[in-house]
Write a new protein. Structure first.
Length: 435
């Protein structure tokens, strides 16, 4: 792993110097204010975290090391000019801040192939669970079990110096990322295909091999897998999965324990499980209208019924974004380019895009009426026959683990502090407000 590790080794000393300078000379610079409102509403929007791998712009969407989604889709190396980019190339970009060459991506792909053997005790832990255990519980269990072989934990116990924490953390991250598709595919085949598992194909790239091990050798689906894993990889530091992993990692828990904690957060319906909720709502909508693609008027009526019933319309709105999520746009472009528009579920998603934002604007309570990434992702999976909606968050998790791991590596490199904010009682808040 000479190229990736050497680039990090060259960059880290300067980054450390920059952070030390900020802390020493500018620690009192005010970034914002913590208010009673922030304390009582989940610290929403409070500027108190550092994340260099990505930044969420309210209008442009996620930027990966400064690059927008259209820019990374164009600039990253691809299997062919017509294909989607390698998500492993985006991981290289998150780790180094540099757009990788095709040679660097192939080197990383080969490194991951060499590390993809999953210890037998991980499969034993999975096989001890009922097959109908939610896939995210299985996924979290497998990641936690892999902590047994953590190279960081071994090195730390041996007295490793703090300045070198990032190196075994990188080793653990490489092992984890290499194994995740194997584990996720094992869970998929165990839960839905009678436990008939499929060996890896060493001729395929990391993302395409995931599709192959799931049992889907459609080259278009392999390309969709590249796109899906690329789009979900990182979303700055404040979302539940990334922030949870950061907090756990700040205690010097290893990558496996830290990522597993984030995966447990991702499993919540207000975070990663939202893609499952979106498809459920879409299918309920279609069932309501006899399984057909609803008309615009029917969508409008059903949307209003949902809102009037004090429920939200899944897949629309976002905590930060105030425009259509570029991840949604990328999936929409993909579906149109592949001619998916005649599929009933995909056609319904397109119809929702035409109608729901207007309904939400008229309703007036949503801060953003535009679709997010979850509004489209399930429809693309259904198109290729992956209609097991409770597995979708595992797909999300395979991708998000890469971004989380990149953040943890940089936390270790920068010597980030143990996260320990101070809490207050409601009585203290009342006193501060003069009540």
């Amino acid at each position: 792993m000479s190229s990736l590790k050497s680039r990090l080794a060259e960059k880290i000393p300067q980054w450390r110097a920059d952070v030390r300078s900020l802390l020493k000379e500018h620690a009192d610079v005010v970034l914002g204010e913590a208010t009673i409102g922030k304390a009582l509403t989940g610290m929403r929007g409070l500027k108190s975290l550092v994340c260099d791998t990505s930044y969420l712009d309210p209008m442009e969407g996620i930027r990966f090391r400064g690059y927008t989604i259209p820019e990374v889709r164009e600039a990253l190396p691809k299997p062919s000019p017509e294909s989607e980019a390698f998500p492993t190339g985006l991981w290289f970009l998150l780790l180094t801040g540099e757009m990788p060459t095709a040679e660097q991506v192939q080197e990383l792909e080969q490194e991951l192939r060499s590390r993809a053997t999953v210890p037998s005790y991980v499969f034993a832990a999975l096989d001890a669970l009922p097959t109908d255990t939610h896939p995210m519980v299985q996924f979290s269990t497998a990641i936690t079990a892999m902590s047994h072989g953590s190279k960081f934990s071994t090195a730390y116990a041996s007295g490793l110096g703090k300045g070198d924490y990032w190196q075994p953390t990188l080793e653990d991250a490489l092992d984890l990322v290499a194994r995740l598709p194997v584990v996720a595919a094992y869970i998929y085949r165990r839960a839905y295909k009678g436990g008939q598992h499929i060996d890896a194909n060493p001729e395929l790239d990391w993302a395409a091999n995931f599709a192959h091990m799931m049992g889907i050798d459609n080259v278009e689906y392999q390309d969709l897998m590249r796109l899906y894993l690329l789009l979900h990889i990182d979303h700055e530091g404040g979302n539940v999965s990334a922030h949870t992993s950061h907090v756990v990692s700040s205690a010097l828990s290893d990558v496996y324990l830290s990522v597993a904690a984030g995966i447990n957060g991702l499993a919540g319906p207000l975070h990663g499980l939202a893609n499952q909720e979106c498809l459920k709502w879409i299918k309920e909508l279609m069932t309501h209208f006899d399984g057909q693609v609803p008309s615009e008027e029917q969508v409008r009526t059903y949307a209003w019924d949902t809102l009037n019933g004090r429920r939200v319309i899944p897949g629309f709105g976002h905590a930060v974004l105030r425009n259509t999520d570029p991840r949604y746009t990328a999936q929409r472009q993909y579906s149109l380019a592949k001619g998916m528009g005649e599929h009933p579920v995909v056609a319904t998603v397109h119809r929702l895009f035409d109608v729901v934002p207007g309904v939400l604007k008229e309703h007036g309570k949503a801060k953003s009426p535009w679709p997010n990434v979850d509004a489209h992702s399930g429809a693309l999976q259904v198109y290729y026959g992956v209609d097991q909606a409770d597995f979708y968050t595992v797909l999300f998790g395979v991708s998000r683990a890469m971004g989380i791991a990149a953040q943890i590596i940089w936390d270790r490199a920068m010597g980030s502090s143990l996260e320990r904010p101070k809490s207050m009682t409601v009585k203290m808040l009342q006193d501060a407000a003069g009540i």
